[in-house]
Ligand binder design. Sequence first.
Ligand code: ZN
Length: 55
Amino acid sequence: MKCPECEGDISIPEDALEGEIVACPDCGASFELYKKGDKTFDLRPIQAVGEDWGE
Ligand SMILES: [Zn+2]
């Protein structure tokens, strides 16, 4: 899978779960896995700063 930031190669484990955090070995960015289709995962950036998660 390609890193959205730098197009580096991010390897997703076969037993990966939705919500798992993966990091790009090239640029160090972290992404969260989410299910895009039946068996397809995609990456979304982690909203770490300035986000109100509520209580
Ligand atoms: Zn990257």
